[in-house]
Structures are given as C-alpha cells and as structure tokens.
Design a protein around this ligand. Sequence first.
Ligand code: HEC
Ligand code: HEC
Length: 251
Amino acid sequence: MQRFSKNLSVKATAVVALLVAPFMATAAVDVAHAFKTANVENGKNIFTNGKGDVPACQSCHGPEGLGEDAMGTPRLAGQGFSYIVKQLEDFGSDKRIDTTMNVMNTNAKGLSAQDRRDVAAFVYTLKQPDKGSNLNDVAQLGQPVGKSHLGKSIVTFGAPERGIPSCYSCHQFNGRGSFPVYPRLASQKYVYLVNQLKKWRDGSRANDPMAQMQKVAQKLTDDDIFNVASFLTNADLTTVGNDRAPHQEVP
Ligand code: HEC
Ligand code: HEC
C-alpha cells in the first residue's frame, strides 16, 4: 500500500514536471528579453504621474507601492515581473475583473502592452518590505483577524484530512513565490489577501491557469482564510540561519 501511494505521487510529480518544464524554459528566455526591453523610466513616470486618463498608480498603491488595507490595494513592490504583466493583460482583456472598485480594468485598458511591461519592471525594482500589514490596524478597520500559527500550519503542511494542499507546494517557503507563475504572498497586504482568497473561492476571480487557485480556495473556510492571511502578511522570506536571498526572477 505504501509502495503504491509512493508510486502514485512520483507519477503525479513527473507528469507536472513534463507539463511545466518546457514552458518554464521558454518563459525564462522571454522574461529576460521582455525585462531587458522594458523602459523602467517610463514605468516610473506612469506609476508616479499616471498617463492620459489613467491615474497615478501611487494614488492607490502608495508612493512606494506597498499597498493600502483601507482601500484593499495590494503591495506591488518586489512582486514578480511576469506575474504583474499577466495581471495587467488579464485586467485589460477582462479575464480578471476588479470587483472592488472596477478601476483596474479601465486602468489596464489605458496602457499599451509596452506600458504594462514598463510599469511592471518599475514596481519589480521597488524594495519589498519585511512586513505587510499591522494586524492591530487591520482590526481597527473592522476586519476579522485570524490566528497566525494556524495559518502557518496550512501554508506549510496544508490540511490533508480536508484535501487542502500546502500553499508551500506552489508558492514556496512562507509564500515567497516561484516566478514566473506563482506570485509572492509573503508580506502582501492582509485585506487584499483575504479578498483574493474569497474571490478565488466564489469564482469571481478565475484567471488562474488550470483553475489551480479556485480548486484550493473552494476547500477553505472563512477562518482558514483569515488564518493564512494573518500568517502570510508578516511571513519571513528567509529562514533563521539561512539568509540566502529568495529566488529573483530577473537578476
Ligand atoms: C483608484 C485606485 C487604483 C489605481 C489608481 C490603481 N490601482 Fe491597481 N489595484 C487597485 C485595487 C483596488 C486592486 C485590487 C483589485 C482586486 O481586489 O481584485 C488593484 C490591483 C492591482 C494589481 C493586481 C496585483 C496582484 O497582486 O495581482 C496590479 C498589477 C495593479 N493593481 C497595478 C496597477 C497599476 C500599474 C496602476 C497604475 C497604472 C494601478 N494599479 C492603479 C486600485 C487601483
Ligand atoms: C497548485 C498550485 C497552487 C497552490 C497549492 C496554491 N496556489 Fe495560490 N496561486 C497559484 C497560481 C498559479 C496563482 C496565480 C494565478 C494568476 O496567474 O492570476 C496563485 C495566486 C494566489 C493568490 C493571489 C496573489 C495576488 O497577488 O493576487 C493568493 C492570495 C494565493 N494564491 C493564495 C494561496 C494560498 C493561501 C494557498 C494555500 C492555502 C495557495 N495559494 C495554494 C497556484 C497555487
């Protein structure tokens, strides 16, 4: 029996590797090229001043791109370059709908493909902070706050008895991300994390490849969501005694 289940998991991993490996190889070449041809100065200008009818990104995402719980905006600083480009393309084609303020769809449509890469390259270069949200401040906003140690358990081990995989298995240690496909969750804003998990769960966000996130989120209770968000918003990118910097997408 043990042998049987071991075999199964080996097979499953092999299939995933076969599916993903060629994609990752091409993606790596494309990412380096797209990043090299991005105009970071233009990205900075759009972020700081806006462009035409598109308002300055900093007016909602903060001057350093750290996000804002009161507005439900995410931290963009340090997020994967290809991931940000993908989100702007998905907003631009209404594959992802911004149900909070509906503004991101309009914003993305006002940017050219090159602008999207430029602004993504700029936010990728912004310094990511060690911490996301202050949970006392979040509670002041009237948001329920979870238990970080319970969230850590789901992030690290999942909840196999309820069919929940570990977040680690795709988003890596403490949700630090595995670019280009899996975004960084560590130190993301609390309210934004909660909102996204609920949207994956009810299907109002459905731009994930092979519905990977929807399948995970459908198994999460409200408490699970508050717990994982409480842990992730202040999760460390590195482990004690190993300060090796996490994987960077573009050197
Ligand atoms: C009026 C407020 C507002 C402005 C201005 C704004 N955003 Fe946003 N943005 C939001 C909100 C709110 C969300 C979260 C949407 C959701 O909950 O799905 C968001 C989400 C995003 C995301 C998704 C991030 C992720 O982790 O998936 C990206 C990328 C983004 N914005 C980029 C930009 C860029 C680039 C600009 C400037 C061109 C900009 N935003 C301007 C409010 C704004
Ligand atoms: C099977 C792989 C997989 C697993 C397991 C997984 N995720 Fe994800 N997750 C993804 C993918 C892929 C995306 C990016 C989707 C996209 O391109 O928009 C994502 C995106 C997200 C986002 C949106 C981030 C943002 O910036 O908007 C959140 C939040 C998230 N995952 C949380 C979790 C949590 C919490 C867990 C564990 C309970 C988890 N994920 C487990 C694949 C996975």
